[in-house]
Design a protein around this ligand. Structure first.
Ligand code: UDP
Ligand code: MG
Length: 322
């Protein structure tokens, strides 16, 4: 009998939790050879999510919960769920039923075939705004071009992983986590399962456009240093152009005598270079910000309550899983 932990990050999901449990339980209860345990991670919800979790845990013996002291974000919630998991296999999925539980048996076949990971990939983006889809595909194109870690577009955080892969993920204990990149970075064989996007019927999305933009910038800067190389490249290119311009002006002055230089040319050059310098400082700043956040070495999350056996630290502080 294989033990399977289902890790579910939840932020203000009071409306869906019970439905989620019922629907998922219906699917997994009939799967022979596996024993499922749920690890719900309440990510500092402001609604009655935690109360619902108490209720679920009381009613069903296979429900565990972790609750944070405040909202730490989905990445932190996933990390906490994974680090408290002990199953031979771990499933990560959203609470809002946008990750169809009916896919679990099919995905489990992939693991039985010997894959280390079975993951879902959206084939459509129905129900998502055009602008959001456009930005998302721009992000994947940019990030895959810049980084050695190739993230498949439309991959979602719905996957089954072996204990070995989970342990590898936990070894990447960076504070600013970008799971899509981390999943790809650790390697292992992944089998992809396409599915049609399901619209959220209960509750609301927890993402704002600003949040997504920040996520995209973090995603690129945490897995690639190409933007830094771009800064050096740009500097090099501009120096060459400037050098050619200087030589040309020098020759012009020697041959045709001193001319009154154009005001517009000077202004353009100053403004253009000013812009490039600001941009370069901004890019450097992004990396310095990462160094700053990591150097502080704060815990990834702070645990307030749980019905799981507590770990010594009780928080996401650099634990090594070997
Ligand atoms: N979530 C979380 N912490 C957050 C934001 C979201 O744990 O700060 C959870 C949320 O409860 C849900 C999952 O992450 O289970 C995905 O969130 P959502 O459905 O809002 O994102 P979308 O499906 O729109 O990408
Ligand atoms: Mg969702």
């Amino acid at each position: 009998m294989n033990s399977v932990d289902i890790v579910v990050p939840c932020y203000n999901e009071e409306e869906v939790l019970e439905t989620f449990y019922q629907v998922t339980e219906e699917v997994v209860a009939s799967m022979a050879g596996y024993h499922f345990t749920y690890i719900f991670v309440d990510d500092g919800s402001r609604d009655s999510t935690l109360k619902k979790l108490y209720g679920l845990a009381q009613a069903h013996e296979n429900v565990r919960y972790l609750s944070f002291s405040r909202n730490f974000g989905k990445e932190a919630a996933m990390y906490a769920g994974l680090s408290y998991s002990s199953g031979d296999l771990v499933i990560i999925m959203d609470a809002d039923l946008q990750h169809p539980p009916s896919m679990i048996p099919q995905m489990m076949k992939g693991i039985e075939e010997g894959f280390d990971c079975a993951a879902a990939r959206r084939t459509t983006r129905a129900g998502e705004s055009r602008i959001r889809s456009a930005f998302s595909s721009l992000f994947y194109r940019l990030s895959n071009r810049m980084s050695d870690v190739k993230m498949p577009q439309a991959a979602v955080d719905f996957r089954i992983m072996t204990r070995q892969m989970v342990n590898s993920i936990l070894e990447l204990s960076e504070v600013e986590r970008f799971s899509k990149g981390i999943f790809a970075w650790v390697g292992y064989e992944t089998k992809w399962y396409p599915y049609e996007n399901v619209e959220r019927t209960l509750g609301t999305t927890k993402w704002s456009f600003r949040g997504l933009l920040k996520y995209a910038i973090d995603g690129i800067t945490s897995f690639s240093i190409s933007p830094l190389r771009m800064v050096s490249g740009m500097g090099f290119l501009i120096s060459i152009v400037a050098f050619i311009y200087i030589i040309a002006t020098l020759i012009q002055t020697l041959v045709f005598g001193i001319d009154v230089p154009g005001y517009v040319t000077t202004l353009c050059a100053v403004l253009f270079l000013g812009g490039i310098i600001e941009l370069s400082i901004g890019i450097l700043g992004e990396y310095i910000a990462h160094i700053y956040m990591e150097a502080k070495d704060r815990p990834i999350y702070i645990l307030k309550t749980t019905n799981l056996p507590k770990k010594e630290t009780g928080s996401g502080h650099k634990e090594t899983f070997k």
